[in-house]
Design a protein around this ligand. Structure first.
Ligand code: CO8
Length: 258
């Protein structure tokens, strides 16, 4: 198996785990981290034995942002040419559900990385924020767009314009976090959520993620059209027949992912 410089990668059953591993920089996201995460997530995404992915950091930091020391001397043209944007777009586009298990700091690019995931589980110690304004820049990995969609304009504007951090409870109230759990239980809980998803029928999971994504990107009419087609298409899978037969026969379904 492939080894990576800046992340630890592990498969547990049908769940792929990606653990950011730059403790000396609070998991700051430099180019190597981006390449590693994108490569690992793409490999999991291409493997039908994987039904869910967990991305996590350390207890102290999910990720404290893009790597400021790497970015400091760059020009505007460098930032465009480096194609960070394309790399992260590939991560955001994986069809497998991704769970961010966030403990400690999820700041700047770290908060944006969490928002590229489908479910955000937060330890009660988690701190979210978009402090780029303090560095003379703005969020550049989707923060201005995804945060507005997650928490609404006024909360997002306050966070992006002031750079204020918010704790896990506030983030959950605001709708940025799926659920807050005690820090000691974060990884177990993330594993349980991932295993639950990974036990479903893959075609329905892919369809669910794709249609949920559309809710953020399209008009209601377009989204409903997509949902209608995706819903209907699932009736041509063996797993739909199995799932509904299992319900009628009062047993658990045995999905074949087709
Ligand atoms: N980049 C590089 N190094 C970092 C970063 C970072 N984002 N965050 C922390 N580090 C380093 C520190 O420099 C320090 O290194 P050293 O020991 O060599 O001095 C080490 O990690 C530990 O950090 P601290 O000593 O600062 O730890 P504290 O507990 O005192 O503070 C904080 C923790 C509050 C998280 C603090 O480290 C901090 O404020 N970090 C920066 C947070 C930030 O501003 N994040 C936003 C970055 S900009 C961004 O994300 C833009 C995204 C768009 C990118 C577009 C494509 C590239």
């Amino acid at each position: 198996t492939h080894t990576y410089e800046t992340i630890l990668v592990e498969t547990r059953g049908r769940v792929g785990w990606i653990t950011l591993n730059r403790p000396e920089a609070l998991n700051a996201l430099n180019s190597q981290v981006m390449h590693d995460i994108v490569a690992a997530a793409s490999a999991f995404d291409a493997d039908p034995r994987i039904g869910a992915i967990v991305v996590t950091g350390s207890e102290r930091a999910f990720a404290a942002g893009a790597d400021i020391k790497e970015m400091e001397s760059k020009t505007g043209l460098d930032m465009v040419m480096d194609d960070h944007f394309g790399g992260w777009a590939r991560f955001a586009a994986v069809r497998t559900p991704v769970i961010a298990a966030v403990s400690g700091y999820a700041l700047g690019g770290g908060c944006e990385l969490a928002m590229m995931c489908d479910i955000i589980l937060a330890a009660d110690s988690a701190k979210f924020g978009q402090p780029e304004i303090n560095l003379g820049v703005i969020p550049g990995m989707g923060g201005t767009q995804r945060l507005v969609r997650a928490v609404g304009y006024y909360k997002a504007a306050e966070l992006v314009l002031t750079g204020r951090l918010m704790g896990a409870e506030e983030a959950e109230r605001a709708g940025l976090v799926s659920r807050v759990v005690p820090a000691a239980e974060l990884l177990d809980e993330a594993g349980k959520v991932a295993e639950t998803i990974a036990a479903k029928s893959l075609p329905s999971v892919y369809a669910a993620k794709a249609t949920l994504d559309a809710a953020l990107e399209s008009t209601l009419a377009e989204g409903l059209r997509l949902e209608k087609h995706a819903f209907a298409a699932l009736f041509d899978t063996a797993d739909q027949k199995e799932g509904m037969a299992a319900f009628r026969e009062k047993r658990s379904p045995d999905f074949q992912n087709r």
